[in-house]
Design a protein around this ligand. Structure first.
Ligand SMILES: Nc1ncnc2c1ncn2[C@@H]1O[C@H](COP(=O)(O)OP(=O)(O)OP(=O)(O)O)[C@@H](O)[C@H]1O
Ligand SMILES: [Mg+2]
Length: 417
């Protein structure tokens, strides 16, 4: 290699490394990061086509990771490949946990079951390197490099492979770590909701009995000659019992039905319109006018448990009714559309023009039991809405707000295919 070429190659390598590290730092998806690694590996090696698979330990299968020059159809076909002693160069490298170099796929026995497949993608030689965890040596994935001609790797090629496999291993390990954290958060939130539901249920009966008893006692006291001595204390008892029961109702409404629900295909416009209708009395009382508008061409469908999506939408609407405006009320605009960034994402906007939230409230509003209406509300509404959106609907709930400038929620959901 000439010095000029070598300088360019080093620059390309560094540029690729910088791009991948910034994707890792910004928390980009695993697929995006691995595809970027595949892209930069290809930039450094003109004739090569790269494919990176990650290993799913729970199923023992290799999963679609990243690719750049290779078409999606290639990735779809190799998705689910089970490592084995004759499973092409990638499946075999994953099985052996050591690099497999197939100089010619037409003669290498590990390719015997995949020769037609290789021909479709113009693959004649293939080098596959397993991605191993630096921590415990376990299999993270495999990095495949495919060429249209027969060849063996040079020292320089191997150095390049090692560079990109290291980056890919970091990306996969990072993603596993993030997923483990998310899973533990999900479990913690679920536990908290189950506990709250259980407590609300258990407290409901004794408090209800106490309220009935206090009413009976009140009737008795009214007949007593010195009734005035007791009425103030009795009013205090009854007032606090009422508050307790109101709070319990609010807890109960927030954490309703933790049981698994049937997943079905829902028309988002219809679901939102019906939810708004069902909240009629709440909206009238708060003088909140809700306008629902779909800008999506045709029916926008999502697959999920209906009651879950209703739960999230209800929370966002009742919050606008409760917190956004004063006694004169105001408006909430709900816009249903598709995401501009992701073609397969439904995007629901909930925009009010009320008091908005301070930076502090915005940061804490979805924490469990956080409320600025203490004593009347449970403060579980947004916590539940976010938990349900992320762990049950596979979506995201994003907030934009400023004091005096209203609240804008973006609810992103995977569209039904
Ligand atoms: N549209 C909004 N405008 C202004 N503030 C809001 C809005 N929505 C939520 N908030 C603020 O976020 C806090 C948390 O909301 P969240 O729905 O979690 O609880 P809550 O409404 O107070 O109680 P709950 O929903 O359990 O009855 C609210 O107390 C309020 O301060
Ligand atoms: Mg609420």
């Amino acid at each position: 290699m000439s010095t000029a070429t070598s300088n360019t190659a080093t620059e390309q390598l560094l540029q690729g490394q910088r791009a991948v590290l910034s994707l890792l730092a910004e928390g980009a998806s695993l697929r995006k990061t691995l595809s970027s690694i595949a892209h930069y590996a290809e930039v450094c090696t003109p004739d090569m086509q790269a494919s990176i698979l990650w290993f799913e330990a729970s199923t023992g299968k290799l999963r679609r990771g990243g690719h750049a020059r290779l078409p999606d159809a290639f990735a779809d076909t190799v998705d689910g490949l089970v490592p084995g002693p004759m499973a092409g160069s990638c499946g075999t490298a994953a099985f052996q946990k050591s690099r497999v170099v197939s100089f010619d796929v037409n003669t290498d026995p590990v390719w015997v079951a995949f020769r037609e497949f290789a021909a479709v993608y113009n693959i004649r030689s293939a080098w596959s390197t397993p991605l191993l965890s630096p921590a415990d040596g376990s299999l993270l994935g495999v990095f495949g490099m495919y060429y249209p001609d027969t060849r063996n790797p040079s020292e320089e090629d191997l150095a390049l492979v090692d560079h990109f496999t290291n980056l890919a291993a970091i990306a996969i390990e990072r993603s596993r770590h993030d997923e483990a954290l998310r899973e533990s958060e999900r479990r913690r939130h679920h536990g908290l909701l189950a506990l709250t539901a259980g407590m609300a249920h258990e407290l409901n009966t004794p408090l209800g009995v106490a309220r009935t008893a206090s009413q009976l006692l009140g009737e008795e006291i009214m007949l007593a000659p010195d009734a005035d001595r007791f009425t103030e204390t009795l009013a205090l008892v009854q007032d606090n019992l009422e508050r307790g029961l109101t709070l319990l109702r609010s807890f109960h409404a927030s954490v309703m039905d933790q049981a698994t629900q049937d997943v079905e295909t829902n028309d988002v416009l219809e679901l939102v319109t019906n939810t708004v209708k069902s909240l009629g009395p709440v909206l009238t009382a708060a003088k909140l006018t809700v306008q629902v508008n779909s800008i999506y061409p045709g029916a926008l469908l999502v697959r999920c448990a209906k009651v879950r999506l209703v739960q999230v939408v209800t929370n966002l609407i009742t919050n606008a009714a409760t917190h956004a405006y004063g006694p004169d009320g105001g408006t909430l605009d709900i816009t249903i559309g598709g995401s501009l960034l992701h073609s397969n994402r439904a995007e629901l906007l909930f925009v009010d023009h009320g008091v908005g939230m301070s930076e502090d409230v915005a940061a804490r509003c979805a924490d469990p039991f956080f409320t600025t209406a203490r004593g009347k509300s449970s403060g579980l509404g947004l916590f539940v809405a976010r938990h349900v959106t992320e762990s049950e609907l596979g979506g995201a709930l994003l907030l934009e707000t400023k004091p005096g400038a209203g609240v804008r929620w973006t609810l992103l959901l995977p569209m039904a295919s």
